[in-house]
Design a protein around this ligand. Structure first.
Ligand code: 26V
Length: 819
């Protein structure tokens, strides 16, 4: 290795200035005087990337040399958020870059704001994948993230007349300085066609798949830098492109125009991320996407495996594949196809390899979110895979029959093919059968998987099931997003918490230190002023930074119960209407989140929030004691602004519905107090921070079940609770919809007649709990004590802990240090 301190590696302020100007001129193609902030951002990003490349190559060389098992995290979504600030922190380049940028006449904060975030995910699941990449690079876990380089990420959201409007997210408009395209590592992926038998030279019967069309997958690599670990792992996202011979038969018959039309099909596959929508179920393009990136990933691993001089039959010793939900679970059949059809292994050996390679993480208990593909559609897109799945299924079901003699009802429930009426391929069943570990994402969630959703599989293979509670990275979610509080904590306990979050335990004692509490509140106030300015700019609404910031940000879904929060706001509103001089500490209610474009009820909830905001914010009787704000276009960047400023974190899903939640962790780490149900990871957060430092309300998951089983009648609750009645009646009277009594009818009818998420059952408990919140908030000293204890006790919820558990209990990989 040639060691040269040059403009691409040196980190003195002078060298960084030269490097930025050099990149601005020769790569971006502009001059310092003419460069927009956007162009300047690109030059800074290239300057940082240059300083990553050496570690990137060293990391790969080191993995090769130590011959380690590599984790491949397969995920249809990676919700990375902007890279620059995070890379600067992890590389310890923040101060020299800040100074270099300043000396070139620009402000680093302004430059960072130029980066358009890669929104290649919907929410929790995609953001979890991003936190896990950060932790793997920090801990030195050899890892590759595999996914799709969508040209359009999650839509961006505008609010017009209170309604959500979706716009496309063309995040690549100004280019992407972080990625490097590797066309020489492209692979081919087939679709459709037929299968045929043949006999190989040893006389063995083999099957070959003759696809009708083939697309090319081209990898784009983005470095994932660990926090001061010297390590940079790879995120490999695949773009679909057309091959020269997309429609073989059309080329052969001279139909050049028709053949070129195939480009559209190929280029469509990586075009756009699907929003979590009821309507994805059964969409051909979605299955084509899933197969596309999964096949690309597996071919890439096999290529790397063989290139390292290894035999194919040791594949499972060197690769651990984590399936992030069922989206990549077609990989079980694809690896079998590659091993049996392409590499000539016999079925038993191939199955031993496959079933010792995959593990599956489940992320949802909602039955409507479990993936199933209509069998005819599956057969037309992946005919060979259906044959393979049938063979896997036949062998599996005979094992089930052996184990549970004669229990045909169980056999039919466990079958990978749903044989009732219209037939389906059940992807969760395929994932369970093909994996050596299956995990849920919080203790309650894993218990419910074992008891309900995957009960049959648990009874057959109890040893496969394990819990790994989610975590979030304290680098992005504390250090990058909340520099003020981070600095305060570091002044008191040093900076060891950045890669050992348990060290914040040392703050516990300071909860009793009045001077520290005062400092804590000063910092919190500054952070709230920062958000206040943003809110004014983004919405035109001015809020009071000394009011309580009560925040509910997450995807809009009925089970998350944003509308329960609305019932609370209106309850307070009518108290003020009855007694305009009532003493009430001012509260600012902040909402944010996207509704799936096809999810009418979620969109109506957004309209309801905005309609209530319009009335409450302008009512002179309220005298600014209540402010309701819907922040448009909630994404990672906005999350980074919101979590630090929150006083109260709303985690109010119906118990038993939220698999884990991860926003709950981001809030508490930043010192917000939680009001929440016993759902998902809330339960573990409450145990960690202390029951006395958490506002608990609502039915338990068991009580939810029994309430529904006993014939739940929400209308009876409405009739017997005058406050609830007043709120519901006011909405139906048109008080918030310019007298239109029909606008919110679908929502109200559902609540009164079925209320599947039990808002009415939890209403009074929620209101009473909110009144306790109000009471405690009046005592700022007490509130600060509780906030400090929350922040101090969140060590368990660092994604570093989660990744250690995956490494030890599932992947059996050892972290390495650089050689
Ligand atoms: C998918 C779908 C698809 C069709 C119908 C509506 C619907 C609703 C939800 C989903 C969820 C997809 C999986 C997901 O994002 N799960 C989230 O994963 C997080 C990370 O483990 C976890 O914290 C959240 O609780 C969980 O909802």
């Amino acid at each position: 290795i040639v060691q040269i301190e040059d403009d691409r590696t040196a980190t003195s302020v002078e060298a960084l200035k030269r490097a930025i100007l050099d990149n601005l001129y020769y790569i971006v193609g502009t001059t310092q005087a003419n460069a927009s902030n956007q162009e300047f951002f690109a030059a800074v990003a290239y300057t940082v990337r240059d300083r990553i490349l050496a570690r990137w190559f060293a990391t790969l060389a080191c993995y090769k040399q130590q011959d380690v098992r590599v984790v491949c995290y397969l995920s249809a979504e990676f919700l990375m958020g902007p890279h620059l600030a995070n890379n600067l922190l992890n590389l310890d380049l923040e101060e020299p870059i800040r100074q270099a940028v300043a000396e070139l006449g620009r402000d680093l904060g302004v430059i960072e704001e130029q980066e358009s975030e890669p929104g290649l995910g919907n929410g929790g699941l995609g953001r979890l994948a991003a936190c896990y990449l950060d932790s793997m690079a920090t801990l030195g876990v050899p890892a590759i993230g595999y996914g799709i380089r969508y040209e359009f990420g999650i839509f961006s959201q505008q609010i017009r007349d209170g309604w959500q409007v979706e716009l496309t997210d063309y995040w690549l408009r100004y280019g992407n300085p972080w990625e490097i395209r590797h066309p020489h590592e492209a692979v081919e992926v087939g679709y459709g066609g037929r299968t045929e038998g043949w006999t190989d030279s040893t006389g063995r019967y083999r099957v070959r798949w003759v696809p009708a069309s083939v697309v090319r997958g081209v990898p784009y690599n983005t470095p994932i830098v660990g926090y001061r670990s010297g390590i940079a792992n790879d995120l490999r996202l695949w773009r679909s492109e057309s091959t020269e011979s997309f429609y073989f038969d059309r080329f052969n018959s001279g139909d050049y125009q028709g053949a070129v039309a195939g480009k559209t099909f190929a280029e469509n596959i990586s075009k756009v991320l699907y929003p979590n929508d009821e309507e994805i179920q059964g969409k051909e393009l979605r299955l084509q996407q899933q197969y596309f990136f999964t096949s690309c990933a597996l071919q890439d691993m096999i290529r790397l495996h063989l290139r390292a001089g290894r035999q194919i039959d040791t594949f499972h010793e060197k690769w651990a594949i984590q399936l992030n939900d069922t989206h990549p679970s077609i990989g079980v059949a694809e690896l079998m196809r590659l091993l049996v059809d392409e590499h000539g292994l016999d079925w038993e050996k191939a199955w031993e390899i496959t079933s010792n390679t995959f593990s599956y993480t489940n992320h949802t208990l909602l039955p409507e979110a479990l993936e199933r593909w209509p069998r005819p559609m599956f057969a037309s897109i992946l005919p060979r895979h259906l044959e393979i799945i049938n063979e896997i299924n036949a062998r599996f079901l005979s094992e089930v029959r052996k184990h549970f003699d004669g229990d045909e009802a169980r056999v039919s429930r466990m079958s990978i093919i749903d044989e009732h009426g219209e037939k389906f391929v059940r992807m969760a069943n395929l994932a369970c059968v093909g994996s050596y570990r299956v995990n849920g994402v919080a203790a309650l969630h894993t218990e419910l998987l074992k008891k309900e959703v995957l009960r049959d599989f648990y009874e057959l293979w109890p040893e496969k099931f394990i819990n790994v509670t989610n975590g979030v990275t304290p680098r992005r979610w504390l250090a990058v997003s909340n520099p003020e509080q981070s600095a305060l904590m570091t002044r008191r306990v040093g900076n060891g918490w950045l890669n050992n979050l348990d060290e914040l335990k040392q703050l516990e004692g300071l909860a009793e230190d009045a001077a520290f509490r005062a400092e804590w509140r000063r910092v919190q106030h500054d952070v709230k002023v920062r958000l206040t300015n943003y809110i004014l700019e983004a919405t035109g609404i001015s809020v009071d930074p000394s009011s309580m910031f009560d925040v509910l940000v997450k995807r809009i879904h009925e089970y998350k119960r944003q509308h329960l929060k609305v019932l609370h706001i209106l309850t307070l509103y009518f108290r003020l209407k009855r007694k305009p001089n009532l003493e009430m500490a001012p509260r600012t209610f902040l909402f944010g989140g996207k509704a799936a474009p096809g999810y009418a009820m979620a969109k109506l909830i957004i309209k309801l929030i905005n309609s209530v905001a319009e009335v409450v914010n302008t009512d002179p009787d309220v005298k600014h004691r209540l402010k309701v704000v819907f922040l448009p276009d909630y994404d990672v960047s906005l999350g980074q602004k919101v979590y630090p400023a929150a006083d109260l974190s709303e985690q109010i899903s119906t118990a038993g519905k939220e698999a884990s939640g991860t926003g709950n962790m981001k809030f508490a780490m930043n010192g917000a107090l939680t009001i929440g149900t016993l759902d998902g990871a809330n339960i573990e957060i409450r145990d960690a921070v202390g029951h006395e430092n958490f506002f608990l309300f609502g039915l338990t998951a068991d009580q939810v079940q029994s309430t529904l089983a006993q014939g739940y009648r929400p209308r009876a609750i409405y009739e017997s609770n005058p406050f609830l009645r007043e709120v519901i009646d006011s909405i139906s009277s048109g008080q918030f919809s310019h007298r239109d009594q029909n606008l919110f009818r679908p929502l109200l009818d559902q609540l009164l007649n079925s209320d599947p998420y039990l808002l009415f059952a939890d209403y009074q408990s929620y209101i009473d709990c909110q009144d306790r919140v109000t009471e405690i908030y009046r005592d700022q000293e007490q509130w600060s004590r509780m906030a400090i204890l929350n922040a101090a006790r969140m060590g368990k919820f660092s994604s570093d802990r989660s990744i250690r558990e995956y490494s030890e209990n599932i992947w059996r990989v050892a972290a390495i240090t650089l050689c």
